[in-house]
Design a protein around this ligand. Structure first.
Ligand code: HEM
Length: 311
């Protein structure tokens, strides 16, 4: 690894949005780490090559290792800040931790290709891991969440995506990797749709149809974007790169919230601010209309890290 100046990042971490996604969550069998390491490197390499083969359909993806599985898989080294999902609860606002050993994030503008690749990945893991959860994400209208609001507007753009999402010199062995948080949110859409549009807009902090941000003085302290727009002790914006998409069926639908970042701290602080608020009773009112049913913490290492440790 030392000889590699620029480890190759897994391409799905910073990719632009797609029309479709498949999310696969696995738990590993005991004692298979020696076979698992080369298998995961093969899958990551396969995904990397497919990004070229299916460039026309913007295929991309990444493999991520669960915080609780990392030490079994790579006992000699660990990303400096990798830690389990920070479960939180306050009043009716619940952010539970449901951890998985492995997360495969596959995205493409063609669902048939995704289906094919997901089957391949499933086959490659046979005997090594059990598939415990699977969801399909899709772009809804003009990149809206199922609440009807455009989601992703304030995401980092261009090369700033890499700067926000990828570990740099601060943890040299893990350069090009990323801390990943996933929460499956199931929406109560009936309750949401009973709200007048203006009330919905106050909860998000933006207008619905035109997606215009409220002026600062008009933004309620309980608005979602008010609660997650945080600064660090140096006055710098704490940013994450969101790769979320709507998922589900008529009975069970919501948002697969996915954050990638060079540190887990930004996500943790934002979630804390949503659930517990600002210390003066102002929590995120969006949480009255959606329920997090999972919460998992992973690290997606660079492709070169996985290949290096596969022997
Ligand atoms: C912004 C929806 C959960 C972090 C937004 C926006 C929407 C939205 C509509 C405004 C447009 C945009 O800039 O993307 C949702 C929904 C969620 C959810 C429906 C769950 C059901 C979360 C969580 C976090 C988060 C769990 C982090 C812990 C952010 C951030 C922004 C944002 C950082 C940009 C804020 C800004 O700088 O203006 N979200 N969000 N969101 N959300 Fe969420």
């Amino acid at each position: 690894m030392d000889s590699l100046d620029m480890p190759r990042e897994q391409l799905g971490i910073c990719a632009e949005g797609n029309l479709h996604a498949v999310y696969l969550m696995f738990n590993a069998n005991d004692g298979v780490e020696a076979q698992m390491r080369p298998c995961l490197a093969n899958i990551a390499q396969y995904i990397y090559e497919l990004a070229d083969q299916y460039a026309d359909s913007a295929f991309n993806g990444f493999v991520a290792i669960g915080a609780n599985y990392w030490d079994a898989l790579y006992p000699d080294t660990r990303p400096a800040e990798l830690r389990p999902f920070p479960a939180m609860e306050s009043g009716d606002r619940d952010a539970p931790a449901i951890e998985y050993d492995l997360f495969f994030h596959l995205r493409c503008d063609r669902l048939d290709i995704l289906h094919l690749v997901a089957n391949e990945v499933y086959g490659m893991l046979e005997g090594l891991a059990e598939l415990d959860d699977e969801e399909r994400g899709f772009r809804y209208m003009d990149a809206r969440d199922l609440t009807g609001f455009v989601d992703g507007t304030e995401n980092p753009k261009g090369r700033n995506r890499q700067q926000v999402a990828l570990v740099g010199e601060e943890d040299p062995e893990f350069r090009g990797g990323s801390y990943i948080h996933v929460q499956k949110y199931v929406h109560n859409l009936r309750k949401w749709q009973r709200l007048p549009t203006k009330k919905q807009e106050d909860i998000i902090g933006r207008t619905k149809q035109d997606n215009i941000e409220y002026e600062s003085e008009d933004k309620p302290l309980t608005a979602h974007i008010k609660r997650v727009n945080l600064k660090d002790e140096h006055g710098e914006s704490m940013e994450i790169l969101r790769q979320s998409l709507p998922f589900g069926t008529v009975k069970h639908q919501g948002l697969m919230f996915i954050a990638t970042c060079k540190t887990p701290t930004h996500f943790e602080k934002m979630l804390h601010s949503m659930v517990f608020g600002d210390g003066e009773g102002n929590h995120d009112h969006l949480m009255h209309f959606t329920q997090a049913v999972t919460g998992s913490s992973f690290f997606a290492p660079s492709l070169d890290f996985m290949i290096h440790y596969s022997e």
